[in-house]
Design a protein around this ligand. Structure first.
Ligand code: TMP
Length: 205
């Protein structure tokens, strides 16, 4: 069986983890071996980098932030994702380089092409077979987060304007690569989103 790399993208509070779990369960039940990962933090080194980039107190320069995400990504792809795909497994991952382009590019206003190129260098050009974008109005995402927690990480704590640029950044990426992206409204029911994802994944199996 050939391996597959499926990534989930979207703003904070868009339900990526829920949908990634549902898809993983469905694929496992149908007999496929699934590896779950996430960025930042899919590996042991990644967990340390996640702690720094999301929870370290004090300012982190935008280019330093972009490089920490890229370092996490390089290690995750080299030691976890690529080997799993080579074994014929399906890797389902929360966030990948599109998050860097949207958050560090559109959000932090670094050059999106440079941000993407850093990740392509970090991963030797490794790209997903399918990217599911759960699109959500940033004010709804914020309300969902407010319900779910009392403390925010460095990115979540950014104001609405930042998250509105991130959302527009994701949509622009999806429009530029329609063959790779499936864009779904994150306000639909959990079950109807899961069904649309299964319909898109089935022909890839
Ligand atoms: P998570 O809570 O969904 O795991 O995401 C962690 C945060 O990191 C989220 O606010 C998005 C942000 N992020 C970036 O800014 N750049 C990246 O490349 C990635 C992967 C995440």
């Amino acid at each position: 069986m050939t391996g597959l790399f499926i990534t989930f993208e979207g703003g904070d509070g868009s339900g990526k983890s829920t949908q990634a779990s549902l898809l993983a369960d469905w694929l496992t039940a149908s007999g496929r071996t699934v590896t779950r990962s996430r960025e930042p933090g899919g590996t042991e080194l990644g967990l340390e980098l996640r702690e720094i980039v999301l929870h370290r107190r004090g300012h982190i320069a935008p280019r330093a932030e972009a490089l920490i995400y890229a370092a996490d990504r390089a290690h995750n792809i080299a030691t976890k994702v690529r080997p799993a795909i080579e074994r014929g497994e399906i890797v389902i991952q929360d966030r990948y380089l599109d998050s860097s382009v949207a958050y560090q590019g559109a959000g932090r206003v670094l050059d999106p092409i440079e941000v993407r190129d850093i990740s392509l260098w970090a991963t030797e050009g490794f790209m997903p077979d399918l990217t599911i974008l759960l699109d959500l109005d940033e004010t709804i995402g914020r309300a969902r987060l407010d319900e779910a927690r009392t403390q925010y990480d460095r990115l979540e704590a950014e104001e609405n304007d930042f998250h509105s640029r991130v959302r527009a950044g994701f949509l622009a990426l999806a429009e530029a690569e329609t063959h790779r992206f499936l864009v779904l409204s994150a306000t639909a029911s959990i079950e109807s989103i899961a069904e649309a994802i299964r319909a898109r994944v089935t022909p890839l199996l």
